[in-house]
Design a binder for this molecule. Structure first.
Ligand code: UD1
Length: 370
């Protein structure tokens, strides 16, 4: 009988859920093929609880078919140090009991960093999904999380060539790096049918190519009163041209309320509560333009060839600029950049290599080979 490999798969915050879903699906399929030994991979799903609201967490489990977490650390919100420390304190005893051979962490959130620190000090191997991405901007908490996670991980599963180059430049051994493609696209491809059945366009009266989809939540955009006021003012102006749909992250809503900024304006600037995965894919596929500071939406726009303006000075996903439909923008240039996009063809760009919906299978292969 084959010896089972025990893995803990970690998910903490919203952008993690669409990355763990394809991994778990691939592990399940692998186990079903191995009937004689009743499965090769003994995995447990650990939710750190970094995101906890129904609309930030539960809805994604339902839509993406992710099993109920085996363990929930229930850490909730806090400063970076508090949140990271709470995950570490609660994850260490889980590792002591479960004794996994591997932990699998995804993305760049505080939970990714915290679990990596715990596991690597306990001699447990760490596989990092979406390794090697760099914005070269250490004012972003995610950049710190990426650098530390990658320097400790044993297996670096990268989505694109630029990520391999970044890791090699930082001195990571070739033998630890495997370019496997973009796991976000696996989730996207398997949910297309459901997203195309979204009722959102009817509810909001939206026409294809007839609206702008906005998501903004980065501290650099929303934690500063002046910047957030200017953004909301620009969105109100824009809504005079085309309807704007803005599902608002709790961080952004909290800041609008704290700064006394009006965040809705009649029925052309539609500020909604956070929406689920399928509705978000639907909006990305059908928008005339996506305006965002999210990492995932830059990639999803590239997949759909929908023009995307990223309100950030840099991106850790340069392939969305070179091959895809993404362009960086800043507040002072935003109105001009929007006008330029609205004047060009409504779809452009190419799909980067290995964004083919099979990345999770390649990741599991890479882990099993070791
Ligand atoms: C985190 C990630 C970020 C990711 C984002 C996606 C880090 C450092 N940041 O940022 O990379 O792009 O998730 O959403 O890990 N809140 C709720 N309900 C929730 C979760 C949070 O109301 O379910 C509110 C709380 O007021 C909290 C604030 O949102 O203080 C921010 O949450 P937090 O997890 O600290 O960071 P995000 O901004 O969500």
């Amino acid at each position: 009988m084959t010896r089972k490999i025990k893995m803990l798969v970690i998910a903490g915050a919203r952008p993690n859920f669409m990355k763990v879903a394809p991994l778990i699906k691939s592990m399940r399929a692998r186990n079903e093929q191995e009937q004689q030994s009743a499965g090769k991979i003994d995995y447990r799903l650990v939710h750190t609880g970094q995101h906890y609201d129904g609309q930030m967490s539960d809805i994604f489990f339902g839509e993406l078919g992710i099993p109920h977490p085996d363990i929930n650390l229930g850490v909730g919100s806090g400063s970076h140090a508090v949140q990271t420390a709470h995950v570490m304190m609660r994850f260490e005893p889980v590792c002591e009991v479960e004794k996994p051979r591997w932990i699998v962490v995804v993305g760049d959130v505080n939970s990714t960093l915290a679990c990596t620190l715990v596991a690597s000090k306990m001699g447990i191997r760490v596989a990092h999904v979406e390794a090697g991405l760099r914005s070269f901007d250490r004012t972003m908490p995610e950049e710190i999380n990426r650098i530390v996670t990658d320097s400790l991980a044993d297996l670096l599963l990268t989505p694109s060539e630029d990520a391999n180059e970044n890791l090699k430049r930082e001195g990571v051994a070739d033998s630890k790096i495997e370019m496997v493609g973009n796991v976000m696209i696996d989730a996207l491809v398997s949910n297309l049918q459901k997203s195309r059945a979204s009722a959102l366009s009817e509810q909001l009266g939206l026409a294809r190519n007839g609206f702008i989809y906005v998501t903004l939540h980065r501290p650099s955009n929303v934690d500063d009163k002046q910047s957030l006021s200017a953004i909301m003012e620009e969105l109100r102006r824009l809504a005079g041209e085309l309807p704007v749909v803005f599902p608002m992250h709790p961080r952004t809503r909290k800041r609008c309320e704290q700064f006394g900024i009006l965040h809705h304006d009649g029925n052309r600037l539609r500020v909604l509560d956070p929406i689920g995965y399928n509705d978000s894919l639907f909006l990305t596929e059908n928008a005339r333009l996506v305006l965002t500071d999210s990492g995932g939406l830059q990639e999803e726009s590239t997949y759909f060839r929908t023009p995307c303006l990223t309100l950030r000075p840099n991106t850790e996903r340069p392939v969305t600029l070179t091959l895809g439909s993404n362009k960086l923008t800043r507040l002072e240039r935003l109105a001009d950049d929007i006008a330029e996009v609205l004047n060009r063809e409504p779809r452009f760009g190419q799909l980067p290599p290995l964004w083919d919906g099979r990345a999770a299978d390649r990741m599991i292969d890479a882990m099993l080979r070791r």
